[in-house]
Design a protein around this ligand. Structure first.
Ligand SMILES: [Fe+2]
Ligand SMILES: [Fe+2]
Length: 293
């Protein structure tokens, strides 16, 4: 599935939430191709739950694109009972980073690459900052109260069962560690260089406002990244996880939710999925609007 050629030069493209464990999604992933051999592809997490699926998808895509940049989604971090890879938490993440390095795929642990094509130079920064339950639902004064609301509503993320934080005592503690190390790296970037910030979860809370179950936002990010897009000069923020593909603007920064989502979700929509999405060069607002979900 080559994306429509909107420019003649190389393009920075992005997709997330391929969830290739579904046969219909795997078939779509198999058809993702660049237009130009110099195109880059961002894969913003939730490739699949099983490590072998993640390796297959990233291996296939890395043979086609000049560069593939990956960040983990919550699903890659699950230690699902059906996966033969039993690693948990940070150890599982580090294993996936090693798989990526073998495939030549850029991860949050590698030097940030610089996009030098049209719209550049721009630092493409893959981030892994998880969530910390700070997107509190209305009426909750603390994470404990927010979680209690979610449990009583019966809207609880499967992460609670499969996403282990080892060796950290909690997912919040893991998130805290990721925030500290990531913020330090971003602060060290040359001050004149703009960025494309890539994270599985939205960096600002606003996109979660349209979710079907607002109480679920607790598993969707952290309030501590709200000023990162402006502070770190983002030309665009690329994320997924919500399965609500669209373009929104916050504090003057373009945020692109680039997910495919589950077959039951994309089959319901009037138009077939448009993936991958073009991040750079930036499309004119009129043509970008056709991607609104
Ligand atoms: Fe997803
Ligand atoms: Fe996700």
């Amino acid at each position: 599935m080559p994306a429509a050629p909107d420019t003649t030069g190389p393009r920075l493209l992005a997709v997330s939430d391929l969830h290739v464990g579904f046969a219909a999604n795997r078939a779509i992933a198999e058809r993702i191709e660049p237009v130009s051999a110099a195109d880059w592809l961002i894969v913003a997490g939730d490739v699949g739950e099983r490590a072998a699926d993640v390796e297959w998808a990233l291996g296939t895509l890395s043979e086609r694109f000049a560069k593939v940049v990956w960040v983990p989604g919550n699903h890659e971090l699950w230690t699902h009972s059906r996966d033969t890879l039993r690693l948990r938490g940070d150890e599982r993440y580090r294993h996936l980073v090693e798989v990526c390095r073998r495939l030549g795929v850029v991860t949050p642990e590698d030097p940030y690459p610089v996009w030098a094509g049209e719209g550049g130079p721009v630092v493409v920064a893959p981030l892994f900052v998880l969530y910390d339950y700070s997107f509190l639902p209305a009426g909750a004064a603390s994470a404990a109260e927010g979680l209690a609301q979610a449990y009583s509503a019966g809207v609880v993320s499967t992460d609670e069962r499969w996403l282990h934080p080892d060796p950290f005592p909690s997912r919040e503690a893991w998130c805290d560690h990721r925030l500290a190390t990531t913020e330090r790296r971003l602060a060290e970037l040359p001050p004149g260089l703009p960025t494309v910030l890539v994270n599985h979860f939205p960096l600002v809370r606003e996109p979660t406002a349209v979710m079907r179950y607002p109480v679920f936002a607790q598993w969707c990010g952290t309030v501590r990244t709200a000023d990162w897009p402006v502070r770190f000069r983002a030309q665009a923020v690329v994320y997924g996880h919500l399965h609500i593909p669209r373009t929104t603007w916050h504090d003057g920064v373009r945020h692109e939710e680039v997910s495919l989502g589950y077959p039951r979700e994309w089959r319901r929509r009037a138009a077939p999925p448009v993936i991958p999405r073009q991040i750079l060069p930036a499309l004119a607002p009129r043509s970008a609007s056709r991607f609104r979900g």
